[in-house]
Design a protein around this ligand. Sequence first.
Ligand code: 3PG
Length: 213
Amino acid sequence: MTTDATTDLASVLDGARVLPVLTVPSPGSAGPLADALAAGGARCAEVTFRTPDAEQVLKTMAAHGGLAVGAGTVLTPEQAERAVAAGARFVVSPGFDEEVIAKCSELGVPVVPGIASPTELMRALRAGLDTVKLFPAEPLGGIPMLRALAAPFPQARFVPTGGIDAPRLSAYLAERAVLAVGGSWMATPAHLQRGEYEEIRRLTAEAVDRSTP
Ligand code: 3PG
């Protein structure tokens, strides 16, 4: 396993510090959603494999061009393969799975495993991955947990996700160890079901604004 550019999320995010996490109920939403996120200033997005049409959504959003689109909730090597075939530029998992990591390494796509403990973080570091998703960040203890976990591992970078919203964003981003913050608050399934693309644009712009020094 290597940590070169092909396995490096930071190179894909290219300075973007907010990662909208999307669960998209209908593939028809993908185009307008990509437009709304891009109009709000987002430069990346994570499409979760929690809906039957996730691959199609990923394909449409990746083709949009304005966003680096990755796949989330990737639980198996097969899903990782399908995600990359659909255009995923990175793969995120809620937990640490060696087979998913091995498949992503073989495919040359950055993979970000979820971790919730020092033991899991040590496994990720040993696998050559220094960027991990702290998940679920808020229920685990939020920023005090992040700081305590980061202290013995200065090389680790975190993408805290889970229970984070606009008011909590800036505090996470101020942490040295945080690469970017993920979350669904900018574009929820409820927003999408109601067709609230202007609200998605507004919430995205607010988050991007808070993440820009
Ligand atoms: C994820 O898959 O990353 C999370 O479900 C996002 O967490 P949130 O919905 O609490 O932001």
